[in-house]
Design a protein around this ligand. Structure first.
Ligand SMILES: NC(=O)c1ccc[n+]([C@@H]2O[C@H](COP(=O)([O-])OP(=O)(O)OC[C@H]3O[C@@H](n4cnc5c(N)ncnc54)[C@H](O)[C@@H]3O)[C@@H](O)[C@H]2O)c1
Length: 259
């Protein structure tokens, strides 16, 4: 197959959690630009609908569905609707996530904070992977992509975010486990570990010039990424271009982890 054709997604359906903002929006746009229909799930109705509208403007079918990834029935419904209304689930991104709202050392954190981060960033990924796989296994193919973080591969040297690093480390190793379990089913399961990308993560952290300057300085490339710089990595893992790649942890961090 022609190399560029490997990246086409015509006739495919992608489901994306946390599609309303940041990386989720960019991934939805990338899927649609490559030819896929897109099912958008988010707790933010207005942002989710705006992403779906962008997909439609690109000439693809879209659905915007309320989905809180901590709510099992919401995630079940997201995938059920995808199949009922668009016919199939070929690609799924477990993308929804939050930053640690209480960045303090572990002995100062609360169980409530710990549970909140783990609920969204890990339990939500579990529900999303499980429901995606239920639809992919009978079809004998699929692409499942988990959005982890570079903080899933190391401790954070800047601020204490123990619940976040724990959640993302778990997502990385869940990805490897699922890759092994589902390799015989022709389902590739991979993770993306982003570095600093300008999004709404962390209640507008990237609107804070001091945070952006710190992040840029900590990044060997000397800058943070714009959200749409995730598109190439996402499309690679969602398409035939990655047909022999599973269990991979693809780092996109401007060189941070090379240090
Ligand atoms: N931006 C970065 O620098 C960076 C770095 C590493 C990893 N990540 C990861 O990327 C993913 C996307 O984050 P982002 O940076 O685009 O942030 P963002 O805040 O811009 O977008 C996250 C989206 O998820 C949604 N969301 C939050 N809680 C949800 C829930 N319970 N159910 C469904 N949707 C929910 C939000 O409404 C929002 O639309 C997250 O998993 C995050 O941890 C981001």
């Amino acid at each position: 197959m022609n190399a560029l054709e490997l990246f086409r997604l015509d006739g495919k359906t992608a489901v994306i959690t946390g599609a309303g903002s940041g990386l989720g929006y960019a991934i939805a746009e990338a899927m649609a630009e490559a030819g896929a229909d897109v099912v958008c799930g988010d707790i933010n109705k207005a942002l989710n609908e705006a992403t779906a509208a962008r997909v439609s403007a690109l000439g693809r079918k879209s659905l915007a569905l309320h989905c809180d990834v901590t709510c099992e029935s919401d995630v079940v419904n997201l995938f059920q609707q995808a199949r009922d209304q668009l016919g199939t689930v070929d690609i799924a991104f477990a993308n929804a996530g939050i930053a640690d709202p209480m960045p303090v050392p572990l002995h100062e954190t609360t169980t409530e904070n710990w549970n909140r981060v783990l609920d969204i960033n890990l339990q939500g990924v579990y529900y999303t992977c499980r429901e995606a796989l239920k639809h992919m296994v009978p079809r004998g193919e699929g692409k499942l992509i988990n959005i982890a973080s570079m903080w899933g591969l190391r401790g954070s040297p800047f601020m204490p975010i123990p619940s976040y690093t724990a959640s993302k480390g778990a997502v990385v190793n869940l990805t490897r486990e699922l890759a092994l379990e589902y390799a015989p089913h022709n389902i590739q399961v991979n993770a993306i570990c982003p570095g600093f990308f300008r999004t709404r993560l962390g209640d507008g952290g990237y609107e804070n010039p001091n945070f952006v300057a710190m992040a840029a300085q900590a990044t060997p490339m000397g800058r943070i990424a714009e959200a749409d710089e995730i598109k190439g990595t996402a499309l690679y893992l969602a398409s035939k271009a990655s047909s022999f790649t599973t269990g991979a942890v693809l780092v996109s961090d401007g060189g941070c982890l090379a240090r």
